[in-house]
Unconditional design. Structure first.
Length: 186
């Protein structure tokens, strides 16, 4: 049973998304929700994100929506380093702050500001070791920032029972078609 689930995936620009009200965001959130509901019904207690823009913050918003029906589900934001949002645009900082304001737990893996890429590797390792499974919006056909976490999870699976669920672009296409079907009157 998965009690603690890590969630990650692409950053918005890697998906060609430059505004939070982009139509694709609704489909991404629907895909995350579709993956989360069975886990929550089976006893999922915590979702871990590092607070990066894109899939992780959209996942946080899905958690907040799910808390209406499943008040026991909690969100932990564990950043790779302090002040990760320091160089972000103002609207992204506000979005991030709104998620932090509603999170149940906030911490940083390294208790200092950004120094080097090793802090991201340490965060990935922390997420895998502290979770019972991972949900990644990642498609091997399109490399991007989730690649490193994906590869680390695959390595970890060689010696540990560690569920890795991918939401691929095919899965997103299926969600788009499901949503279009729901909106069509037959």
């Amino acid at each position: 049973m998965i009690k603690v689930l890590a969630i990650s995936g692409y950053k918005p620009f890697e998906l060609g998304i430059f505004k939070n009200d982009h139509p694709s965001v609704l489909f991404i959130k629907a895909a995350i929700k579709k993956s989360l509901i069975p886990l929550v019904e089976e006893g999922l207690e915590w979702v871990l994100i590092s607070g990066q823009l894109g899939v992780e913050l959209w996942a946080a918003e899905v958690i907040f929506d799910l808390q209406t029906d499943f008040p026991d589900i909690k969100l932990a934001v564990i950043t790779p380093f302090l002040d990760q949002e320091a160089s972000w645009k103002e609207n992204n900082k506000e979005w991030y702050e709104s998620v932090l304001a509603r999170a149940d737990f906030i911490d940083s893996v390294t208790k200092k500001g950004y120094e080097k890429p090793w802090q991201f590797r340490l965060k990935n390792q922390f997420f895998i070791e502290k979770s019972d499974g991972i949900l990644l919006l990642y498609d091997q056909e399109k490399e991007g920032s989730p690649k490193y976490l994906y590869e680390m999870a695959i390595q970890y699976q060689k010696e540990n029972a560690y569920p890795l669920e991918l939401i691929t672009f095919y899965d997103l296409q299926m969600i788009v078609e499901e949503e279009q079907y729901k909106r069509t009157d037959f």
